[in-house]
Design a protein around this ligand. Structure first.
Ligand SMILES: O=P(O)(O)OC[C@@]1(O)O[C@H](CO)[C@@H](O)[C@@H]1O
Ligand SMILES: [Mn+2]
Length: 459
């Protein structure tokens, strides 16, 4: 956002011209309402079933203490499900974890915003807060019951997504190795076209998300490359060319010759989507478009399929060990990138807090400052889009820059398949046309955006 528009934004805020209302389950029949009423209880029930199904393992590994911990954790989660379904006031966290105070401070902030002193509750408060809060309460149930505290209740679904996508992963790793083999003979146009293809493959990899499917298998079955032409028309905003120009501009000579372009990827889902992100990152380094890639994942299991450090390391090891020449070659290269520091993995607690990203500069100043050192930040997925835009009921034609409300650490791009009813930056009439053809266009996962914003990019 230009300095001028930044001050304009600040002026708007000062004059109380605040952003529109937050999406919330208080709007009966809304997607938020249906999610809180139906999908979140389903996910909670699956978590309880997972603990039940692992009872014998807990006994084998931890003896009676493990079984007792599993039983107590299940009663925690059953109570949580009842609180949710009966719209009880939300409770402070009591597990004294690193992020507990940030969560409890946020609850106090939300309580101050409630009209006529109503308590913060599941069907009355912002959907973004309540959905994030549910995943954090699941973690509280585990934190409070060691030795369950290290157990990932979503691990089975994430590994299944990886194993169910094997053919697509083989196809993609083979394509990557062909590109790398031919890299030095490529013209800039061919390099750009290859990049744009891999960017779109990473974009559509976001369809494979287990939260929207409430844990049902959502793996990649079709060829990620062959399906691109048919998917093109479902991209509602395509700023890919600006992403390419930003990367090319970042190659500008620095004092020591080649500038060390740094790309940050804010990861979303494990499984096939993570493979698409690792393949894109490998291409960026192999093509000399980036000298450093920083991956940002979640510090706790999150939204069913989001990547944790364990998932990230497991995926590279699994790919290395694959009985497929190009998969294992790719995995070996990725392991090498991590070892030499070209790639690094980070999991700041902010990514598993409920805050909108416009709060980051104040509530996670260290992370904001780190991101300001990036040449390009790629935000994967729908939840990140919701946080970028504050999960608010914006008019669809509001510019993306405006919806960011001052969140501009560096040039950034959202690669998102639409799975929630918030979407900005559309042309006049575009949303109306989509609604007439497909009333659920914002939540059926068939559409996507590649939406770019840069500090001081002419609007
Ligand atoms: O961030 P992702 O993985 O693309 O999607 C997360 C998601 O599935 O969870 C929420 C619905 O429960 C929505 O934000 C979105 O549909
Ligand atoms: Mn996700």
């Amino acid at each position: 956002m230009c300095v001028i528009s930044f001050f304009l934004f600040a002026k708007m805020e000062a004059e109380g011209i605040s952003a529109p209302l937050s999406l919330s389950a208080e709007f009966e029949g809304s997607f938020a309402y249906l999610t809180v009423r139906d999908r979140l209880p389903t996910i909670l029930t699956k978590v309880i079933d997972t603990l039940h199904r692992n009872k014998d393992n807990f006994f084998k590994e931890y003896g009676k203490e493990g079984v007792q911990a599993e039983k107590t954790a299940i009663s925690f989660l059953s109570r949580l499900r009842n609180e949710l379904q009966t719209d009880k006031p939300v409770l402070s966290l009591t597990d004294n974890a690193e992020d507990s105070e940030a969560w409890n401070e946020y609850m106090r902030r939300q309580q101050d915003l409630m009209e006529d002193g109503r308590p913060v509750s599941w069907f009355k408060s912002p959907w973004l807060y309540m959905e994030c809060y549910m995943y954090r309460r699941i973690q509280e149930a585990l934190y409070m019951n060691p030795p369950m505290d290290k157990f990932d209740v979503f691990k089975e679904g994430k590994t299944q997504s990886y194993f169910e996508s094997q053919q697509a992963i083989k196809t993609l790793c083979t394509y990557l190795q062909e590109l790398i083999t031919n890299m030095e003979n490529m013209t800039e146009i061919q390099l750009r076209d290859s990049f744009l293809k891999l960017l779109q493959i990473s974009l559509w990899g976001n369809k494979c998300d287990l939260s929207i499917s409430a844990g049902q298998d959502n793996s990649q079955k079709s060829s990620p490359i062959d399906s691109l032409p048919d998917l093109q028309r479902f991209i509602l905003v395509d700023d890919s060319s600006m992403v390419w120009s930003t990367l090319v501009a970042a190659q500008g000579a620095g004092s020591s010759g080649k500038k060390h372009a740094r790309v940050d990827i804010i990861l979303d889902n494990a499984g096939f989507e993570l493979i698409t992100d690792l393949v894109l990152a490998d291409f960026l380094v192999s093509a000399g478009l980036a000298k450093q890639i920083r991956f940002h994942g979640k510090s706790i299991p999150w939204f069913v399929s989001d990547v944790t450090k364990q998932d990230f390391e497991w995926t590279i090891m699994q790919t290395m060990a694959a009985n497929h020449k190009w998969m294992s070659a790719s995995g070996v290269q990725w392991k090498h990138f991590m070892k030499e520091g070209t790639w690094s993995y980070h999991d700041h607690i902010f990514w598993t807090l409920p805050h909108e990203f416009c709060d980051m500069a104040v509530d996670a100043a260290d992370l904001y400052s780190t991101l300001q050192g990036s040449d390009l930040i790629l935000f994967k997925g729908d939840l990140n889009y919701r946080k970028l835009t504050g999960d608010r009921k914006w008019e669809h034609t509001v510019p993306f820059d405006q919806a960011l409300r001052g969140f501009q650490p560096a040039p950034l791009c959202s690669l998102r398949t639409l799975k929630a009813d918030v979407q900005v930056g559309l042309q006049p009439g575009q949303a109306e046309k989509l609604s007439s053809q497909e009333p659920d266009w914002m939540t059926n996962g068939r559409y996507a955006v590649v939406q770019f914003s840069s500090p001081c990019r002419e609007q």
